[in-house]
Design a protein around this ligand. Structure first.
Ligand code: FAD
Length: 420
């Protein structure tokens, strides 16, 4: 049975993106209802990295202290070669916190999800589970969603935060997901199980190797250790339907250094994540239906910005709704949605395309790998040219969006056009 009242906003999907958007709008005084397909709210997976562009928003929401308590603030982010374990480059995360004003922290997905779930409850968001949305329709004053049981709900604004395989995206955009032929295995284990493996307990470490990489960091106040193993699947390259299986995991990391190899047997083997994204699209707003989070801009995870972008989306939309609404008046939804789309589409396009390029760089082999290593080793530890455009304050308008890093031109050469 549907609740009797019509909310201001219906949010489809109660993942991190949907809950964060619901909270952002509810704290501005709007009535928000979340429709989640699963029987219970929750998150599958292990750790998440939250860069300062996200922790800045958590601070604005009054949720940063809770996130700090449940997570870990690592000392450094270190990239190493997966074959010989040599350090390639490093970010000093304490210095990074001074530069951007907010910490870089890592947290269990379910802890971050729980933080938003509790915040939504406190803010009065209606949280409904076991509601699968199968269709979306435009109405005269908003939009309608049709549920699997044949019932329907409507609101002046519908946010589709239903993830990579979004029903709304299929209906409104109609594009296909793009397979990278890479697959991720995850694990979060008690830290005692890995202490003898040569781990760097206080760092986020990324080992980059030919067609594979391996990520490690501590979670839950340092009690747990998170590992992500990612590799290119030969079966996927050969066009086989069943790809990314555990036998491929073992083979992919055979030639890697000791710390990586000793981590592989600890990976969960009953579940793996085939890595897919979508080509960026320019239109996320269709009438009063707005795509948000992975439904709008699913990235490959190499920039660790997917959940962050989803959280930024909700913050930006809510800021515009509040800014444009006169006291006692209904929000000018179309203007707020236009402002949301104007700034978020280009930022997320940059992250999506940079993530693809980043993946190629990480997975180089042969001479190209050696050249990459030489370039990365030459980077000064305090060179933030590659991170300012991501970790700085989230832009509310296109003119606030910082330029991406552009290489220093050679003497006499014409300056390059900024990357688009
Ligand atoms: P989802 O998490 O997919 O949530 C969608 C929700 O909608 C789900 O609850 C689902 O049940 C519900 N739903 C779906 N269909 C329907 C329907 N028809 N009706 C009702 N409900 C529906 N991001 C980071 O920021 N930092 C990281 O370090 C990071 N690491 C990653 C590591 C890996 C290996 C991977 C795979 C991803 C990583 N990401 C990271 C990306 C991040 O996980 C995603 O971008 C983020 O979770 C997307 O959130 P979302 O809420 O948009 O979508």
């Amino acid at each position: 049975m549907n609740p009797p009242t019509t909310p201001d906003v219906l949010v489809v999907g109660g993942g991190i993106g949907g809950l964060a958007a619901a909270f952002a709008l509810a704290r501005k005084g709007l009535g928000v209802r979340v429709l989640e397909r699963a029987k219970e709210f929750g998150e599958v997976g292990a750790g998440l990295q939250l860069a300062p562009n996200c922790t800045r928003i958590l601070a604005d929401y009054g949720l940063l202290d809770e996130a700090r308590e449940l997570g870990v603030v690592p000392a450094g982010m270190v990239m190493r070669d997966a074959l010989d374990a040599r350090e390639l480059t490093r970010l000093d995360l304490r210095d990074l916190e001074r530069r951007y004003g907010y910490p870089y922290l890592v947290i269990h997905r379910s802890d971050l999800h729980g933080i938003f779930l509790r915040a939504c409850r406190r803010a009065g968001v209606e949280l409904l589970t076991d509601r699968t949305v199968v269709d979306y329709e435009h109405t005269e004053h908003g939009a309608r969603v049709v549920l699997e049981d044949g019932s329907a709900e409507h609101a002046p604004l519908v946010i589709a935060a239903d993830g990579l395989h979004s029903v709304a995206r299929r209906k409104l955009v109609g594009d296909e997901v793009v397979s990278s032929d890479y697959v991720a295995y995850r694990a979060a284990v008690p830290i005692e199980r890995v202490r003898e493996n040569g781990i760097a307990e206080h760092d986020v470490t990324v080992y980059v190797g030919p067609r594979c990489h391996f990520v490690q960091y501590a979670l839950r106040g340092g009690e747990m250790f998170n590992q992500v193993a990612v590799f290119e699947s030969p079966k996927a390259k050969a066009g086989e339907a069943d790809w990314g299986t555990p036998d491929e995991l073992d083979a992919a990391f055979e030639a890697t250094c000791d710390t990586v190899r000793t981590g592989i047997p600890l990976m969960w083997r009953d579940r793996w994540w085939q890595m897919m994204d979508r080509d960026p699209v320019e239109t996320w707003v269709h009438g009063r239906i707005a795509l948000l989070g992975d439904a709008a801009h699913p990235p490959l995870q190499y920039m660790a910005q997917g959940a962050i972008m989803a959280i930024e989306d909700g913050w930006v939309l809510a800021e515009h709704v509040a800014r444009l609404t006169d006291e006692g008046e209904l929000p000018p939804w179309d203007a707020a949605l236009a402002a949301y789309e104007a700034v978020r589409v280009e930022h997320c396009r940059r992250v999506q395309s940079t993530a693809r390029a980043w993946g190629e760089l990480w997975h180089l082999d042969g001479e190209a790998r050696l050249q990459r290593n030489a370039v990365l080793r030459g980077r000064a530890v305090d060179d933030y040219a590659f991170t300012d455009w991501i970790y700085g304050p989230t832009a509310l308008t296109p003119d606030q969006e910082p330029p991406m890093f552009t290489p220093v031109p050679l003497a006499g050469a014409r300056p390059e056009e900024p990357a688009r």
